[in-house]
Design a protein around this ligand. Structure first.
Ligand code: HPA
Length: 238
């Protein structure tokens, strides 16, 4: 049953998986929010845990940074472990003054210049869509908890460091709110495999104001995003 990158046995992973980039953040979520926690993966220290949240079985696992990494883990979760839904919970850089540090962005779609979707599946489009049903569950979860969400397109980039290069023109054309590096591959895998995917981003820095957050500030702000995703996971598991 194990895959090259996940050692879990069949049945050890829930239908809904929350995926932060950082495996230590997955551990934080498991320790903070889940009961009866079982660690199902430690291959390459890409920790994965399954536990219960308000009585519902939920898993959380790190994705690593960038499309190749989340591409591998999400493909194996969907295709080998019968995972139905992956909710990425990551960080991003703000492209506009309308998104401030710590705001939580819900991606309705992402734009990317990445070759991932074409190389993997022959897809030629430069945008990939989030699953409508998962986004609706996330909206409702946020509303129930009285938490704000800013919804729009995000840019899924292959590079974090980009020299003096300006953002691609399409970033403006698609009104991208923020930049991250994983959603395009996740959404492409979900589309190909007939699965569900969504992406929440907490703004951790601004490409406009150059403001950054401290590690402590990020920890607190990210709990908002985690709680929204956990609430949606419960609804989606019903
Ligand atoms: N670029 C790409 N990914 C990111 C950034 C960024 O500026 N900030 C947080 N994730």
């Amino acid at each position: 049953m194990a895959t090259p990158h996940i050692q879990a046995a069949s049945g050890e992973i829930a239908k809904v998986v929350l995926m932060p980039g950082d495996p230590l953040r997955a551990k934080f979520i498991a320790e903070t929010y889940l009961e009866d926690v079982y660690q199902f993966n430690s291959v390459r220290n890409m920790f994965g845990f399954t536990g219960t949240y308000k009585g519902t079985k939920v898993s959380v696992m790190g994705s690593g940074m960038g499309m190749p990494s989340i591409g591998i883990y999400s493909y194996e979760l969907y295709s080998k472990y019968d995972v139905e839904t992956i909710i990425r919970i990551g960080t991003g850089g703000a492209y506009t003054l309308d998104t401030d540090l710590f705001d939580v962005v819900l991606a309705d779609q992402c734009y990317s210049g990445s070759s991932y979707a074409n190389a993997a599946y022959g897809y030629t489009e430069d945008t990939m869509q989030a699953s409508a049903g998962v986004n609706e569950a996330l909206r409702q979860s946020a509303a129930v908890q009285g938490k704000a969400l800013i919804e729009g397109c995000i840019h899924s980039s292959d590079v974090f460091y980009h020299g003096e290069q300006a953002a691609p023109n399409k970033v403006e054309a698609y009104h991208c709110l923020a930049v991250e590096m994983e959603s395009f591959a996740l959404f492409a895998n979900a589309k190909y495999l007939g699965k569900q995917a969504a992406c929440l981003i907490t703004v951790s820095d601004s490409l406009v104001t150059k403001k950054e957050t401290t590690a402590d500030e990020r920890q607190t702000a990210f709990t908002n995003m985690m709680e929204i995703a956990l609430g949606a996971a419960v609804e989606l598991s019903k």
